[in-house]
Ligand binder design. Sequence first.
Ligand SMILES: [Zn+2]
Length: 230
Amino acid sequence: MSTPVQITENLWSITRGANIFILRAQDGQLALIDAGMPGARNPVKAALAALNFHPSMVKQILITHADIDHVGSLHGIAAATGAPIYAGSLSKGYIEAATSPPHIPALMELIARPIQRIAQRKATVDRVVQDGDMIDFDGGIQAILAPGHTEDNFCYYWKREGVLFAPDLLNRFGQNIALTPERITWNMAQAKQSAHKALALDPQIICFGHGPHLVIQDKPEQIEMLRKTL
Ligand SMILES: [Zn+2]
C-alpha cells in the first residue's frame, strides 16, 4: 500500500507501521514527517514516484519521536533523499543509538529491543530542534516540545496549512481522537499538558501517527470530547 492518501492539496500520507507524511511547499520543495517501520524506504520512494516527485525534492525529514515505527527506516530514507534529519535532542540520542525511549511494558520491551537491534539502522540527526523553533519550510513549521507518550516527543505545526502533526501524543485508533493509551505512555500528566499546549495553536486539521487525519470543522465535537479528558 504505497499509494499515498491525499489529505490536502499539498499533503499526503502513507502508512508503514505508523503514518509517514509528505508535505509540499508552495515553491515545490518537499518535507517528510516521520519515517515508518524498517522496510519503508522503497514504499516511500514509490509513493513519491506516484506523485511525480523525485526523492531529491525532499529537503527536510522531521521526526516526532524515536519509536521504531516512526524512525525504523530513517537511515534508508535519509540516504534515498539526501535530506537532513531534524529531531529533538533526546530523540537524537535514541536515533543515533538505534534504540527507543522508555514507555512500553517490560515484557514488550524485552521482545522489541532485540528486533530493533537487527532491523533498525542508526541514523545521524543533522539539526536539533527546540521548543518553539520555526523550521524554514513553506513559511514555517513550528516545533512543539510535547512530552508525555514519550519523553522525547515533538509535535509540528504547519502554519500556512493549519495542520498539527501530533504522533504519538494524540491518536485516532477508533472513531474518536484520544491521548495514546496510558499503558504505553511515559507520563500521562505531561501528555495532558502537552495536548493542551498543542490544541492552543487552534489547528484546522490534526494528523496522527496512527489512524486517519481529522478535519476539525467536520467534527468539532471530537476536540470538545478530548478536552474533557485532559
Ligand atoms: Zn510512539
